[in-house]
Design a protein around this ligand. Structure first.
Ligand SMILES: Cc1cc2nc3c(=O)[nH]c(=O)nc-3n(C[C@H](O)[C@H](O)[C@H](O)COP(=O)(O)OP(=O)(O)OC[C@H]3O[C@@H](n4cnc5c(N)ncnc54)[C@H](O)[C@@H]3O)c2cc1C
Length: 580
């Protein structure tokens, strides 16, 4: 590759990622007359966002007039085990109704009541009905509407640019470097501001509800290499039921509706084990308790041959299954050639959502690097130690708009933007070195080694010994990665993308384990075998820097209005409510 094959382009604002967060930011920028370029490593109509099923939250009060944004904020803060930032949560909940209006304006077809008002349903630990939905394809519908609006506005979008590095000079971002996934040509994109909306890191576990090659921790690596700190990386939500078989579909979500409809969990000996863990609510117990029960059965040797437990709906009868769980029926026929009306599904906990991520200002989403913003699942602040179902899509839309406005303001205020040839050369060299290297290691098996060690040492349940072993094994994989060979072929530069995916995963895994070691307590999704209780002294956010240090940051208090809603709230019974 010679320098001549390096393409150069400029944008006032560069958005990395065309999921819900990135597209909403791009729309805001364009509507404000700011020139924007959006790049992604995956087709815009197939971003991870399309997987979202259940819904998006806003206290619209169409079904429950006594609801309020303050109550939405109170529910979110409580569910976060007091680690969410009240400033971010309050902004989210106050602005969520306007975000739904935006989506409706862009043409999103949500379910409606006979009088034309938007239908809202219960979702997880919400006190009132405040989840809008479009069947069980809410993410797809939102993504469709955003792509349509961005296209109408003429937003420049490229789905074939893999970003390998952010370009920074003197603590200020001035663009990004990447390569074309088809022909390998390089991209130098200079910009006044960069918005990172490149998703989370849940694909670094063997079982993940993300698809192959998404959520590999790219955003965390890009941010950390640029000078950002990460926060609460140990806080990862595990969904209790993901597929375990066949291997290539491992982790694909098995909706909680299966248990809601009467699905029964059994171990390999046929025992209905939830009778031991929660005799009253059985399979309708809370998500973290079911995840822990499934994990324990498997870890203690009562799992199936493929390392799962059995989830059976055959007693419901074929008609009920086909009528109530058609998507699951099809999923198992398509992926596992299994008829769930006759044969139990094999399931195990699956890494589902990154609650930690890039540390940002809770209101502007500015990072530690000037001109660089982070938004969506790659950012942190709203969910604390447990995400309330339906809040992440709301977060993408609310903060996508805000971050677009902030980046526009930053760009308008710049007198001049310094570029740095040394930074560009370093980014170029990084790709050249990878392509030139000959060795005996390949990205896929190394990625698999990361996933194995994260599942075994830093999964649903963690301990000091296991986490330390994880760090040692991770260092071994990182050393092997130095001998990694990359061989693009006639089909494209996917192999190079896998090599960078691996770099992202290595960094995200290190940050996750190092934070998990520091959180010596059990809180929300973070279970420490050696510290089974919640520790009030650790009602703190953990801030990770690239040198491996982890600092504590205290959580500010809520506003008086939300504090009042918090004090009023009775316990909410979540039985039978979807949490996805
Ligand atoms: C099965 C499932 C069900 C869910 N259901 C719900 C729900 O009902 N309600 C809810 O609120 N949330 C739900 N979620 C969570 C929600 O879908 C996600 O949190 C949200 O869609 C994340 O959007 P995003 O814009 O931050 O990132 P993504 O949609 O992940 O987009 C990331 C973008 O970054 C790009 N990218 C990544 N790396 C690079 C790189 N190196 N170079 C260039 N581009 C890059 C990708 O191509 C992509 O365009 C669900 C998640 C799953 C998996």
């Amino acid at each position: 590759m010679t320098q001549l094959e390096e393409r150069r382009t400029a944008a006032s604002v560069l958005v990395i990622g065309t999921g819900a967060a990135g597209l909403r930011a791009a729309i805001e920028l364009t509507e404000r007359g700011v020139q924007v370029l959006c790049v992604a490593k995956r087709r815009r109509d197939d971003a991870h966002t399309v997987l979202a099923a259940g819904g998006i939250n806003a206290a619209l009060r169409t079904m429950d007039p006594e609801d309020s944004w303050e109550q939405h904020a109170a529910d979110t803060l409580r569910e976060s085990y007091w680690l969410a930032d009240p400033r971010a949560v309050e902004l989210l909940c106050r602005e969520a109704p306007a975000a739904i209006d935006d989506l409706v304006r862009y043409g999103a077809q949500f379910a409606r009541e006979e009088d034309g008002g938007l239908t809202q349903r219960f979702f997880g630990a919400h006190r009132f009905r405040r989840t809008c939905f479009a069947g069980d394809y809410t993410g797809r519908e939102i993504q469709r509407a955003l792509v349509r609006r961005a296209t109408e506005l003429g937003v420049a979008m490229r789905d074939d640019v893999y970003v390998t590095r952010l370009l920074v000079h003197d603590g200020r971002v001035f663009g990004a470097y990447g390569f074309d996934l088809e022909d390998g040509s390089r991209w130098v994109i200079v910009a006044d501001a960069v918005i990172l909306a490149a998703g989370g890191h849940t694909r670094i576990w063997r079982r993940s509800s993300s698809r192959r090659d998404e959520n590999t921790g790219d955003a965390m690596r890009l941010g950390a290499d640029a000078g950002c700190r990460l926060r609460d990386m140990e806080l990862v939500q595990f969904h209790p039921t993901g597929m375990v078989f066949p291997e290539e579909s491992a982790g694909t979500l098995v909706t909680e509706a299966v248990r809601g409809e009467g699905g029964i969990l059994r171990n390999a000996s046929g025992e209905r084990f939830m009778e031991r863990y929660d005799p009253e609510r059985l399979e309708l117990s809370a998500r973290d308790r079911v995840a822990l029960a499934n994990y324990t059965e498997i870890a203690e040797g009562r799992g199936t041959e493929h390392g799962g437990v059995l989830l059976d709906v055959s007693h419901l009868g074929r008609d009920v299954v086909l009528q109530r769980l058609p998507r699951m029926y099809r999923q198992f026929v398509d992926l596992a050639m299994l008829d769930i009306t006759r044969t139990p599904m094999e399931v195990a906990p699956t890494a589902h959502y990154s609650m930690g991520g890039i540390r940002i200002d809770p209101e502007t989403h500015a990072t530690d690097v000037e001109g660089l913003y982070a938004v969506g699942e790659c950012a942190t602040g709203v969910h604390g130690a447990n995400r309330l179902g339906g809040n992440s899509l709301a977060e993408c839309i609310v903060f996508g708009r805000i971050v677009g406005a902030e980046a526009a303001r930053w760009s308008a205020g710049l007198d001049a933007q310094a570029r740095d040839r040394v930074a560009i050369a370093a980014a170029r060299d990084e790709v050249d070195v990878l392509l030139a290297r000959r060795g005996e290691e390949f990205a896929r098996p190394l990625q698999r080694a990361v996933r194995d060690l994260m599942s075994e040492c830093c999964g649903v349940v963690r301990s000091e010994d296991g986490l330390k072993e994880g760090l040692v094994r991770l260092a071994e994989v990182a050393a092997r990665a130095d001998a990694m060979e990359v061989r693009p072929d006639i089909a494209g530069y996917e192999d190079l993308a896998h090599a960078f995916d691996l770099q992202g995963s290595l960094l995200a895994a290190r940050a996750t384990i190092q934070c998990a070691l520091e959180r010596r307590e059990t809180r929300g999704a973070h279970n420490r075998l050696d510290f089974p209780e919640q520790d009030p002294r650790l009602q703190m956010n953990l801030v990770w820097a690239a040198d491996g240090t982890v600092a504590r940051e205290s959580v500010p208090p809520s506003s008086p209005a939300v504090a009042a809603a918090l004090s009023e709230r009775p316990e909410v019974d979540t039985a039978g409510r979807l949490l996805e």
